[in-house]
Write a protein that binds this ligand. Structure first.
Ligand code: KG4
Ligand code: ZN
Length: 356
């Protein structure tokens, strides 16, 4: 069964052809990083306009790379939320038009469900920690979704059976990375840049706060972000604007910059790992699946693997290219909707704030 997935929920236009919910035949992602970088974050209107330009070329390339045509498809699965509404409208309208014109069944997929299903995709690529890629999770498992828009823990008892255990009360972890990166002058997106610098810094240099919120599986990262801001103000003895010289270059040493990145990253990771461990113990579940852009973080991957090893738990993390937004995960979740007979109609309407 062949499902074409389409994701235009945020700033990447992506299309993918997946066989039987697991085997990736193609996965094309057109990034908009270059467009948004100079603004230090995503500009929603520019994102929608770029999706309009890219959606057909990206779908066409995905079909060509898979050596398939529209008539070979069993269904088209499109992400209908959560996300930026203008961006979602482009993908949904496009998918509806193609399905209507070519009489192809349409399936709608929640982006968060897509992230969870990235753990069920083909594990032949990835590098790094191959043992994590070779198996797929068995139900029940704990899902940690950690991205630019979400940081949540779910109990997953089966396809479509999700119980939210906790979520962020303010910023998502990826959002904290992006905001701190902006403060440090490291640009957008912040995760990969901070990850790189953190690898060369001392994580114990600054003791940034960890919001453990006792007896609760919710998260909070806005205090950490403010704490980094206050630290930077303190070391500069005044306003943030003095962190950068007129040339735009940071006036703190490279060494300190790396130490701040490492210390910030450690504070994020400590909370994510500890809360995942608590969730698993509380629910008496021994498997966890991690997904979302921050799941690409090298230290988070290592520390989660160590936590799992310490407890005798099993951990599933997709390869890095399936942690960040992609349409293969939409195809994978869409496959399950389609085989269960849950198709969408031409009245499908995207929703910006959509719960799982
Ligand atoms: O899942 P994703 O591609 O989009 C959303 O659904 O939000 O996640 C994007 C987020 C961004 O905030 C980005 O900074 C973060 O994932 N990210 C990382 C890394 N790579 C991407 N955060 C930490 N370390 C990374 N290596
Ligand atoms: Zn995402």
């Amino acid at each position: 069964m062949l499902i074409l997935g389409i994701d235009t929920s945020c700033d990447d236009t992506s299309a993918s052809v997946v066989e039987d919910g697991t085997r990736i035949l193609s996965n094309v992602v057109s990034s908009q990083e270059g467009i948004h970088r100079k603004y230090g974050g995503i500009v929603p209107e520019l994102a929608s306009r770029r999706h309009i330009e890219m959606v057909w070329p990206v779908v066409d390339e995905a079909l060509k790379n898979a050596d398939k045509r529209l008539e070979d498809l069993s269904a088209i699965a499109v992400c209908h939320g959560p996300g930026l509404i203008g961006s979602l409208l482009v993908g949904c309208s496009f998918a509806k038009a193609v399905c209507f014109a070519r009489n192809i069944p349409l399936v709608s997929v929640n982006h968060l469900e897509g992230h969870i299903f990235s753990c069920f995709l083909d594990r032949t690529e990835g590098g790094g920690m191959p043992e994590l890629y070779q198996r797929v999770p068995q139900f029940p498992f704990i899902a940690l979704i950690v991205s630019g828009g979400h940081t949540s823990l779910y109990r997953v008892d089966g396809f479509g059976r999700y119980t939210e255990l906790g979520r962020t009360r303010d910023d998502a972890a990826g959002e904290a990375y992006d905001k701190v990166s902006k403060l440090l002058g490291l640009g957008y997106p912040g995760g990969p840049a901070i990850d790189k610098f953190a690898g060369e810094g001392d994580p114990e240099k600054v003791n940034f706060p960890r919001a453990y919120l006792p007896n609760d599986l919710d998260f909070s990262f806005s205090g950490l972000k403010t704490s980094v801001l206050n630290y930077l103000r303190k070391i500069r003895g005044g306003e943030m604007s003095t962190l950068f010289s007129d040339s735009g270059l940071s006036t703190i040493s490279d060494e300190l910059l790396k130490d701040i990145c490492a210390s910030f990253q450690q504070a994020v990771i400590d909370v994510l790992v500890r809360k995942t461990e608590w969730a698993m113990k509380r629910e008496r579940i021994t498997a966890a699946a991690v997904s979302g852009g921050v799941g690409a973080n090298s230290s988070l991957r290592k520390e989660l693997a160590l936590m799992a090893e310490r407890n005798g738990f099993t951990l599933f993390i997709p390869p890095v290219y399936l942690c960040t937004d992609n349409a293969a995960m939409i195809s994978a979740a869409g496959y399950h909707h389609f085989v269960s007979g849950r198709t969408a109609g031409v009245d499908l309407n995207p929703v910006a704030y959509l719960l799982l």
